[in-house]
Design a protein around this ligand. Structure first.
Ligand code: PLP
Length: 483
């Protein structure tokens, strides 16, 4: 394809992308294709001779788009500015020399984002703010990197500690990435049980942490990092970061405190949510903080922000510099070489997306998007609260409602019966996948449903429509259950 053909194809592509977003309301939320649909539609091997672009572009429309899901409702947690241009330049960006703009924009916009979230040197909130930062692929990668840095810090301070005695601390509610990181690194993991507290909206506190550390140290084990969460995946529960941080500072300074705020961290942008989102504890005590802009921050996948207290610890753990990666500026230490901050060498120009989003929306626009999602979620939560067939499984958290059928008319139904009922409800909702998808979870043995608002174009009518379907399906399932 020459440049003029690329220009023409580009115009057509942007027209098609706009048509796609305009027509989202008419599209099923979940793809209606069957497993294996694409293998049947595509040849067994790549073409020997290159094909005309138009045919490829048409196949994309015909074959790929129907197999793509829309996040409920009416797509998209992303926004148009974040779709622009981030793949348009070839910027491997592994060191400053490879792409000065990629490196420098990342530093600038991560500082902007930190300030917006008040996690910054310039906010008078705390003496020890998180000040060094970069953009990762995902929260799972962010946590993995933090764990590697924490392990290096611990083993440097405690030479000779057998690797098999090291333990990663997570809680029963931490995202599964904690266990996966342990698998990848060949380390032990302990999930501290917080299920009881989660039903009240809270997670881990200092007392439980202290008990676990004391038990494990007595058994000759070496906990070296705690992965705490602000806004857990299942229920939006919040670990008490200040309490945990103070416990660590007073008793267990060898523990690295990583705060996974992948989903809820964006609420730090709104002053009224900062207390709940644990800003003071984060600023005072966290060694690292992760916020996914691709989850609930108007930015398309992938774009996960990681702030660290001391970048030297990442570099100490991850710096490998063969001759072919040495540069004048890197040797002089006058620039950041982000390759030394994480696993991969090459990196995409993800900061462009945040730059476009923050400039296009401004801090006020970003805040009003977060506030609108929470207000819409409150509308849904009110329906649940006023209903006599549903109940909350945990208090609504930011823009997440976790609920199940628990009819007032069936006060004697036990956990197993209610779980059966809710499994039937979840099953029945599957036939409405064109309009609505609710993800299920289990909290302390209770099977339940989750509705999170996060799409930039969700309106109150979408919430009303979702509620209408949920209520009708639940009433139907309940009728059949009673028979
Ligand atoms: N942390 C929380 C609280 C999440 O909800 C999720 C995903 O749902 C993750 C981490 C994992 O995110 P990622 O896909 O960026 O690794």
């Amino acid at each position: 394809m020459d440049i003029e053909q690329f220009r023409k194809a580009g115009y057509q592509a942007i027209d098609r992308i706009c048509d796609y977003y305009y027509s989202l309301r008419e599209k099923p939320v979940v793809s209606q294709v069957e497993p294996g649909y694409l293998r049947k539609a595509l040849p067994d091997a790549a073409p020997v001779k290159g094909e005309e672009w138009q045919g490829i572009a048409d196949d994309y429309q015909k074959l790929i788009i129907p197999g793509a899901n829309l996040p409920f409702p009416v797509s998209m947690r992303s926004s148009s500015p974040s779709l622009m241009m981030s793949s348009s330049t070839c910027n491997p960006g592994f060191n400053w020399f490879a792409s000065p703009a990629c490196t420098e924009l990342e530093s600038v916009v991560m500082d902007w984002a930190a300030k917006m979230q008040a996690c910054s040197q310039n906010q008078p909130l705390s003496s020890r703010q998180l000040i060094q930062y970069y953009v990762q692929t995902t929260a799972s990668d962010s946590a993995l990197t933090a764990i590697v840095a924490a392990r290096a810090r611990y083993t440097t301070a405690n030479p000779g500690v057998p690797l098999e005695s090291l333990i990663i601390y997570v809680t029963s509610q931490t995202h599964s990435f904690g266990k996966k990181a342990a698998l990848i690194l060949g380390l032990r993991v302990r999930a501290i049980d917080v299920d009881e507290d989660v039903r009240a909206g809270w997670g881990l506190d200092g007392a439980k942490l202290r008990q676990s550390v004391e038990e494990d140290r007595e058994a000759g084990l070496h906990p070296f990092i705690l992965v705490a969460t602000v806004g857990t995946t299942s229920t939006g529960a919040i670990d008490r970061i200040a309490d945990l941080g103070a416990t660590i500072k007073e008793n267990f300074q060898f523990l690295w405190l990583h705060v996974d705020a992948a989903w809820a961290g964006v609420t730090l942008s709104c002053p009224e949510h900062r207390e709940k989102a644990q800003l003071a504890g984060i600023n005072e005590y966290a060694d690292s903080l992760c916020v996914n802009f691709h989850k609930w921050g108007l930015t398309n996948f992938d774009c996960s922000a990681l702030w660290v207290r001391d970048r030297g610890l990442l570099v100490n753990a991850l710096d490998v510099t063969p001759e072919y990666l040495r540069t004048k500026h890197g040797d002089a230490g006058t620039v950041i070489d982000y390759r030394n901050w994480h696993l991969s060498l090459g990196r995409r120009f993800r900061s462009l997306k945040i730059w476009f989003v923050l400039r296009s929306f401004g801090i006020e626009g970003f805040q009003s998007y977060i506030r609108r999602c929470i207000a819409l979620s409150d509308v849904f939560a009110k329906y649940i609260q006023e209903s006599d067939i549903f109940d909350f499984v945990a208090p609504p958290s930011f823009a997440l409602t976790v609920f199940r059928i628990a009819p007032v008319s069936e006060p004697n139904a036990d956990l197993a019966q209610l779980n059966d009922l809710n499994h039937a409800f979840h099953e029945a909702l599957q036939s409405h996948h064109a309009e609505l998808v609710l993800t299920q979870t289990e909290v302390g043995g209770v099977f339940c449903m989750r509705l999170a608002v996060g799409a930039a174009r969700t309106e109150e009518r979408d919430i009303v429509q979702a509620w209408t379907i949920i209520k009708e399906v639940a009433e139907d399932v309940l009728r059949r259950w009673k028979d």
